[in-house]
Design a protein around this ligand. Structure first.
Ligand code: KIV
Length: 315
């Protein structure tokens, strides 16, 4: 299966103004113009659609899906096939934002040719417009870039290194470590990386690297001086069942919202309060009165529920 993202056409604002598609070069232009880049993760059609329609510039199908969607304790277990499945769902929803697929643990840790082949799958089979790779893997970034796939680097706290790091700890806490981080960022950019995610590093380190780099930095737990910010969708809306990290700001309480709706539904069912008569289908009047032989007219408004949605889904 191959998907052509451009076939969706340019999206419109409520006032009818067409918004240009976000591309990797466009992110660089935003940095040059001093325009902050907004980024969020998404893993499925409805949330990706909401994120895109809200005007967020970049949507990352992050391997954090292993934790926040699939319920694993870390990001290591998610597979290429699972990431492809979710990237396809996001791709179907997004018209404007840049769609970036996270390459999962194990998909780029062996031979470079195998890693490039995996990156190609994200573009060809799922419609990703860029891939993200953790760590200072300079030769790999060069090879993927040479295969015409834009790459976003990811430095600092790299969750796929959790076993080597011994936990999720803030990185680059000494002057030497900041210099090393900056050298890694420069090397990735020289190899072709179009942006760098900086995760879990001191604000000062992120600010210094952001000022020095020609491509945008996108921070998560890296302070306000990056060119852009990214958060995990489920953190933003409180859908993680865990206390939030210091760098997370919760903009909504989806857990409370859903919990209350589900509990009210259960209570209504238990009290025979759902469905009501108005939420039920009815035989045509003559049938209800016992007229034998005539067929129920399923074209009546009564029988047609969200048929367009069904046909979209069925096609
Ligand atoms: O997987 C992820 O969600 C990430 C982040 C940068 C948020 O890599």
């Amino acid at each position: 299966m191959s998907i052509n993202p451009s076939s969706a056409g340019a999206p419109l604002t409520p006032s009818g103004v067409s918004l240009p598609k976000v591309t990797m070069p466009a992110l660089g232009e935003m940095k040059r113009q001093g325009k902050p880049i907004s980024a969020l993760t998404a893993y499925d059609y409805p949330t990706a659609r909401l994120v895109d329609e809200a005007g967020v510039d970049l949507i990352l199908v992050g391997d954090s899906l292993a934790m926040v969607v699939l319920g694993h304790g870390n990001t290591l277990a998610v597979t290429v096939d699972e990431m492809l499945h979710h990237t396809r769902a996001v791709r179907r929803a997004v018209r404007r934002a840049l769609v970036v697929a996270d390459m999962p643990f194990g998909s780029y840790h062996g031979a470079i040719a195998d890693a490039v082949a995996n990156a190609v799958r994200f573009v060809k089979e799922a419609g990703a417009e860029a891939v993200k790779i953790e760590g200072p893997r300079v030769e790999l970034v060069r090879a993927i870039t040479e295969a015409e796939i834009p790459v976003i680097g990811h430095l600092g706290l790299t969750p796929q290194s959790v076993n080597r790091l011994g936990g999720y700890r803030v990185q680059a806490r000494t002057a030497d470590a900041v210099l090393e981080l900056q050298a890694d960022a420069f090397a990735l950019v020289r190899a072709g990386a179009g942006a760098i995610v900086l995760e879990g590093v001191p604000r000062e380190a992120a600010g210094q690297i952001t000022a020095a780099l020609s491509v945008p930095t996108i921070g998560i737990g890296a302070g306000p001086d990056c060119d852009g910010q990214i958060l995990v969708f489920h953190d933003l809306v409180n859908l993680t069942f865990a206390p939030a990290a210091k760098f997370v700001r919760r903009y909504a309480d989806a857990s409370g919202f859903f919990r209350s709706a589900i509990e009210r539904y259960r209570e209504d069912v238990e009290h025979h309060a759902f469905p009501s008569d108005a939420e039920s289908y009815h035989l045509p009047v003559q049938q209800a009165k016992g007229t034998a032989g005539s067929e129920v007219d399923f074209d009546s408004d009564d029988a047609v529920v969200n048929r367009d949605a069904f046909e979209d889904w069925a096609s």
